[in-house]
Design a protein around this ligand. Structure first.
Ligand code: PNS
Length: 161
């Protein structure tokens, strides 16, 4: 069983994330999309909301499971018998950052990191930009699924009221 993890903040999951998770699912037996529970950084969405959106967006693919983790990613990998981490590269600056993390994760626990190049149609896309656009009422319909778009609308409307 070749099980890999696609870790992230997923605040919220974007079409770029879904593209990577789906492509990974075609290459490996099982893909675990794992949401970081970051005690130091409060996101727009709760971990439960992020997990819910990921479940909805990946519901039609059988070999994807959604999970959450806190602490070190390599510990999560060890506990769940995961041999490799999948990370997306959108740009050279992503590579600069990811290389160091990947090498440290390998040093810590021998866990491999496999890089997938982002689909060029999503190379400019990030959750933080999606949040900013949605916050000011901009159109994010080509950047996230309709379900996530609605969750963003609900979130910002409830914050205004
Ligand atoms: O979506 P993001 O924010 O780019 O994902 C970053 C993530 C969750 C993959 C990264 O922050 C992470 O693995 N955090 C867990 C703590 C950890 O293991 N850090 C690496 C130490 S070398």
């Amino acid at each position: 069983m070749r099980r890999v993890v696609c870790p992230g903040s997923f605040d919220p999951v974007t079409n770029g994330h879904i593209d990577i998770i789906g492509r990974a699912a075609r290459q490996y037996d099982e893909v675990v999309a794992a949401v970081l529970t970051n005690v130091n950084k409060r996101g727009l969405f709760s971990v439960e909301e992020k997990v819910d959106m990921l479940r909805e967006c990946t519901a039609d693919v059988g070999n994807i499971t959604i999970s959450q983790f806190s602490g070190l990613l390599v510990d999560f990998c060890r506990e769940n018998d995961i041999g490799a981490i999948i990370r997306s590269l959108r740009s050279v600056s992503d590579f600069d950052y990811e290389l160091q993390i990947a090498q440290m994760n390998y040093r810590l626990a021998g866990v491999e990191t496999l890089f997938m190049t982002a689909n060029p149609q999503y190379s400019f896309l990030s959750s933080s930009l999606v949040r900013e656009i949605a916050q000011y009422g901009g159109d994010v319909s080509s950047l996230v699924t309709p379900y996530v778009e609605q969750r963003l609308r609900d979130k910002y409307e409830s914050r205004e009221s």
